[in-house]
Design a protein around this ligand. Structure first.
Ligand code: TMP
Length: 211
């Protein structure tokens, strides 16, 4: 799909509490061990301007944020991130590992907020053209387990305060996308122990490295 780049674009997805940060650390360790040049980044964010959009996006305010506003904000941040960071790094032959990307828009704004997938797809094509992740690592675990983990973190942001059903819908949307394209989406059972999760991720990266 992304033939003009020599680097690989990997995204890590999953609802809150699936262990994305731990997975990001492990991916960093694996790439360093294999001497693969890479950058790690996140969405929404990853550039000065996109990080400012992230603050607006996550901050709890006295005014309700409209679902379309959410969607447009994440795609505004994404446009900046792609042009300033992701595409230049891939052009230099680096691997880019991104903590969330457009699948999160389908899961949260699509599944969570109920925005039609077609509309999200319109923005995806507008902002990204045909560009898509080479591999999406989807960390999946039952919502109750995930929310128990996030509760222990202290202050919750504007999305984390959502109800269980919101995260159920987000999880369902992720799983549906993964099932539709099994060669690009790699599922990881995030309810397992850290060691088992790391082994699963290591296998995914080895496969990707060979191709
Ligand atoms: P996190 O990366 O620290 O988990 O926080 C980012 C939050 O933003 C998370 O709750 C998911 C949400 N999000 C969306 O709703 N849509 C998006 O497109 C992205 C990238 C993130």
């Amino acid at each position: 799909m992304n033939d003009i780049y020599s680097g690989k674009f990997i995204t890590i997805e999953g609802i809150e509490g699936t262990g994305k940060s731990t997975a990001m650390h492990y991916v960093q360790h694996w790439l360093e061990q294999h001497s693969i040049p890479f950058i790690q980044t996140r969405e929404p964010g990853g550039t000065l301007i996109a990080e400012q959009i992230r603050q607006i996006f996550l901050k709890k305010q006295a005014e309700v944020m409209e679902a379309d506003t959410e969607l447009l904000l994440v795609f505004a941040a994404r446009s900046q991130h792609l042009h300033q960071v992701i595409w230049p790094a891939l052009q230099e032959g680096k691997w880019v590992v991104c903590d969330r990307f457009t699948d999160a828009s389908y899961a949260y704004q699509g599944g969570g907020r109920g925005i039609d997938a077609q509309r999200i797809n319109t923005l995806e094509n507008w902002v990204q053209g045909r560009f898509r992740p080479d591999t999406v690592i989807l960390l999946d675990a039952p919502v109750e387990i995930c929310l128990q983990r996030t509760m222990q973190r202290g202050a919750l942001d504007r999305i984390e305060v959502e109800k269980t059903e919101f995260f159920e819908r987000a999880r369902t949307a992720y799983l549906k996308r993964a099932a539709a394209e099994p060669e690009r989406y790699k599922m990881v059972d995030a309810a397992k122990t850290i060691e088992e999760v790391q082994q699963q991720i290591g296998r995914i990266l080895s496969q990707l490295h060979m191709h």
